[in-house]
Write a protein that binds this ligand. Structure first.
Ligand code: LLP
Length: 434
């Protein structure tokens, strides 16, 4: 359930009129709902009854300091893909003690920073990384806690660009080589074996790939518990969300009335399917959700610049572009697009909804039916809270967009829009050109 709804004609986030936010802070601006994040967190944390579950929010999905602090306050730990993400959590005033650090290319500096911060565990993705962690821990005179990320060779049936768990992907150590890697880890003097991990991909809408992964992992996990006394298993993130018609039917989406077996994956169905096998292992369970915690909690507000009527095609040209939200250009992803002021008396318009960037891939939607809107009116691109702002770039010398957090009737700017001076602040014309 999310907290974006029309009150009369006006689209609101919780009790806040989004057009007011757009007028006050300009566009493009991301707006997040604290209540939606809390609902998502609570649902996933409660999805495996009777198990000792720790949620480690995947910071890569939304690294805004206010969002991280909100999640930290709710009790979340974190999953980092870089030391930068870890430092964001620290900067947000949240704890990193229960958190984990994944990624295939951890540098010596990153490993040192994470050890000094006292994170819960490294998720190790290769044998050479194990040696490096041992080396850095030795220099600091500490023992590094680790789990090996096991690549189970399971196809997550998702977009090829966000699949991570097959042997063709760069992630983890293959299941067949995992026992030997743990054996090697046990011989390193500065390593403590703490758990086992797997993450097979993102936007996974059926439970089967997760079940298959756990079936493959469980015998190894039981073995590791006996041999090395591991205390936890992390089953990664990846729970998909519904992007189509997320708003249209109100807080409950169209699919929530579908028969259970046909519905896209929910946190509850995910928990129910995996809990029995996890219970048998008797290990603490770490979850690393990113998208399912924040996607439907965020929208991108944009202003219509022009409605251009072409030959057999209309173009609705927005002030937001692929640099602000790259997912449609990069993964052909679908985002619902709705007006901030709904007017059912207006005719429908079929248009390509595009940004101002000078390339054809700067397109949010093709031949989309939408209420006719004109210059100066606002739209919201829905379900943009995950992998939205974090993937923004400065292409075409466009500034990184602003972010606003809403809680009830309160809202605040939590990231100011980048200025032109900030955009060029690190650049210099060299003396030999002057
Ligand atoms: N854990 C690890 C080790 C991961 O690599 C990821 C995501 C997650 C957890 C969180 O997965 P989630 O629950 O969000 O599916 N930029 C792409 C998504 C990339 C996901 C990368 N890894 C997109 O916009 O669709």
């Amino acid at each position: 359930m999310h907290h974006f709804q029309y009150a009369g004609q006006n689209l609101r986030c919780e009790s806040v009129d989004l057009a007011e936010v757009a007028r006050l802070y300009g566009t493009p601006t991301y707006v997040y709902s604290a209540a939606t994040i809390e609902d998502n967190y609570t649902r996933i944390a409660a999805s495996m009854k009777g198990l000792d579950v720790r949620v480690c929010f995947a910071v890569k999905a939304n690294a805004n300091l206010a969002v991280l602090r909100h999640l930290g306050n709710l009790g979340s730990s974190f999953d980092f893909a870089s030391a930068g993400e870890m430092r964001r959590v620290v900067a947000a005033g949240a704890s990193v003690k229960g958190s984990v650090f994944a990624g295939v290319g951890k540098t010596e500096t990153e490993i040192r920073l994470a050890l000094e911060a006292g994170i819960f565990s490294f998720h190790v993705e290769s044998e050479p990384e194990l040696a490096r962690i041992n080396h850095v821990a030795g220099k600091l005179g500490v023992k590094a806690p680790i789990a090996i990320r096991v690549n189970p060779d399971v196809d997550a049936h998702t977009h090829a660009k966000i699949r991570t768990g097959t042997s063709a992907d760069k992630f983890g150590i293959p299941l067949g080589k995992a026992a030997a890697a743990y054996e090697a880890a046990s011989k390193y003097p500065n390593i403590t074996i703490r758990g086992v991990q797997s993450h097979i991909g993102s936007q996974i809408t059926q439970v089967t790939p997760f079940v298959e992964t756990l079936e493959k992992l469980a015998p190894l996990a039981a073995d590791l518990k006996r041999k090395y006394g591991i205390t936890y298993i992390s089953i990664g993130g990846g729970i998909g969300v519904v992007y189509k018609e997320a708003l249209a039917s109100g807080p409950f989406s169209w699919w929530e009335t579908m028969p259970e077996a046909k519905r896209p994956l929910t946190p509850e169905a995910y928990g129910a399917a995996l809990a029995p096998a996890l219970k048998q292992l008797g290990l603490k369970v770490l979850l690393e959700p990113g998208r399912s915690m924040v996607a439907n909690a965020g929208v991108l507000l944009s202003r219509v610049e022009y409605l251009k009527r072409g030959e057999g095609k209309n173009f609705l040209i927005l002030d937001a572009a692929m640099n602000d939200l790259v997912r449609p250009a990069m993964y052909d992803s679908y985002h619902e697009i709705v007006p901030l002021r709904r007017d059912t008396t207006r005719p429908a318009l079929v248009a390509d909804v595009v940004g101002p960037i000078c390339e054809s891939t700067d397109c949010f939607a093709r031949d989309r039916q939408i209420q006719e809107v004109g210059e100066g009116e606002y739209l919201a691109l829905m379900s943009a809270g995950a992998y939205g702002h974090v993937m923004a770039s400065r292409y075409n010398a466009r500034p990184i967009p602003a972010e606003v957090l809403v809680k009830g009737s309160a809202f605040e700017l939590v990231t100011a829009r980048e200025t032109f001076e900030q955009l060029v602040a690190n650049e210099r014309v060299p003396s030999f050109l002057k």
